[in-house]
Design a protein around this ligand. Sequence first.
Ligand SMILES: [Fe+2]
Length: 263
Amino acid sequence: MKKTALLVFGVVLTIVNAAAQTPAKTSTSKSAKTQPAILQQKALEAASAVAEQAGERVKVVHQFAPLPYAFDALEKAIDAKTMEIHYDRHHRAYFNNFTKAIQGTEMEYLTLEQIFANMSKFPVVVRNNGGGHYNHELFWNIMSPDGGGEPTGKLAEAIKAQFGSFDDFKKQFEQAGAQRFGSGWAWLSVGADRKLFISSTPNQDNPLMDVAEKRGIPILGLDVWEHAYYLRYQNQRGSYMSAFWSVVNWKAVGKLYEEALNR
Ligand SMILES: [Fe+2]
């Protein structure tokens, strides 16, 4: 059986000969640099296309990326203990449960986005934990200790065009988070019409999933599960959402916006 480890854009893939009857062994690399899941998808899809042309299948090796900053780095909005529990227990559990759930199935050969696009056909355990892994990785990467302020460039223009002003956008986004009953997320996404839209999803769903009410490519997400804010804010979800803006990494969000437009 022909197997080749391939490092593409920092993502480790295992190429397996299509004729192979036995499942491929996975491989990991210490040199595997982490990226937001949304950026990994593009690299994986490009690599998959090449491998498929060569008659090979690509087994995706998902990574539990390091948090891009220290637990106490976002103290102005999120306390260190919450960050530690959120990343090291909640996110890690989603990741572990997701990789366990797809083991030995066809889903091992699909990127997260490919799984999400066919979410309704796959088990709920994959929906909850695959969504949980993707959503949290995006969340960590659209925040920064140097965040805050306002978006610039094309994203700033698009927000103004779509929502009237940055303040109006923030109000509508916070409203989406406030109206989510129970656990879920508030999102800013790019729709198929290339326009921005705000939405909210329950549990660990996201706008990439075929089960989402409104589908698109998320570029900003806010976790409104109580585990994201309860230690400091208790039941005051509104205060947590207001503080969130002080750590948003608009540079990263702007990059995701431009990538979404270029798809
Ligand atoms: Fe969370």
